[in-house]
Design a binder for this molecule. Structure first.
Ligand code: 76R
Length: 249
């Protein structure tokens, strides 16, 4: 049996995608919309305190295309908290104007492929801790997609020995590092939690860098030979102003 990579886990993650029922929203009267917005803003207004208390982080983006209209990405300390959050949203008057589009449950994950130096408590390393419990950047764009590593007879990631996987992941990391400062990635593990093995969430000021990075990685053996990809969601940061503008009738 090949040796499993050691993983470190941080905050639990929920990517909650919703679509707006524009017919109902535009047909509602001003009073109904005002109540819905008030409840929505109260819900969103709690996120800042959670970040300050360092017990989680949330981000809100619109989604381009017909797969969804918006995504709320939440990082929290437990699945219970994620559950409470989605339920709290569902109870707002605003939720009555939305439908569920997609969701993804996972946990922030770091693996030991490139960690090199052993020993010591990795959680005591502030860089590691910051990556496991990241404050989501308020970058202009988000890109999310789930993925697997292949388990086919000829190309089975899970049958490769540790040394080989380390070597392959080293090359993966090198490409990634070429995008330092342009793309921030958060890898979340979802084996046992959702339908794919990982969620990949990327943040960038320039959305074109998503295409450049993902395309370049396709030529790297880890992705070219072993990567399998789910649907891609791409979107724009929703600030209080741009969200107001989006919902204005
Ligand atoms: O964490 C680290 O920085 C160490 C190196 C590293 C690991 C272990 C790393 C670096 N990644 C790691 C693990 Mn990654 N990553 C992806 C995708 O679209 C595709 O082809 C793949 C989707 C992107 C875009 C990306 C970006 N990475 C992983 C894993 C877990 C693998 C496992 O355990 O088997 C997956 C699924 C995955 C996928 N990766 C980087 C990046 C970037 C930008 C980096 C450089 C990070 C940095 O140095 O700042």
């Amino acid at each position: 049996m090949s040796e499993a990579a050691l993983t470190l886990e941080g905050w639990y993650a929920l990517h909650d995608f919703r679509s707006l029922d524009w017919t109902a929203w535009t047909a509602a009267d001003d009073e109904e919309r005002a109540v819905a917005l008030e409840e929505l803003n109260a819900f969103i207004g709690e996120w800042a305190g959670v970040e300050e208390a360092k017990t989680g982080s949330s981000a809100l983006y619109s989604i381009v295309g017909q797969k969804a209209d918006l995504v709320m990405m939440h990082l929290r300390e437990s699945l219970e908290e994620l559950n409470r959050l989605e339920t709290a949203f569902n109870k707002t008057a605003f939720a009555a104007f939305t439908t569920k589009a997609y969701s993804y449950v996972s946990i922030v994950e770091l693996s030991n492929y490139n960690s090199g130096e052993g020993g010591g408590d990795p959680m005591a390393n502030p860089h590691v801790a910051a990556r496991l419990k990241p404050i989501l950047p308020k970058a202009a764009h988000i890109c999310f997609y789930p993925m697997n590593k292949k388990r086919e007879l000829a190309d089975n990631w899970y049958m490769l020995d540790m040394e080989k996987r380390k070597e392959l992941m080293y090359s993966h990391g090198l490409i990634g590092r070429g995008y330092a400062g342009k793309v921030k990635q958060i890898i979340t593990g979802s084996v046992g939690f959702d339908d794919w093995e990982w969620g990949v969430t990327l943040f960038a000021e320039d959305a074109l860098q998503f295409k450049k990075l993902v395309y370049e990685m396709r030529f790297d053996e880890v992705s070219a030979r072993y990567g399998e990809f789910g649907p891609f969601y791409v979107g724009n940061l929703l600030t209080p102003e741009s969200f107001d503008e989006m919902l204005k009738v």
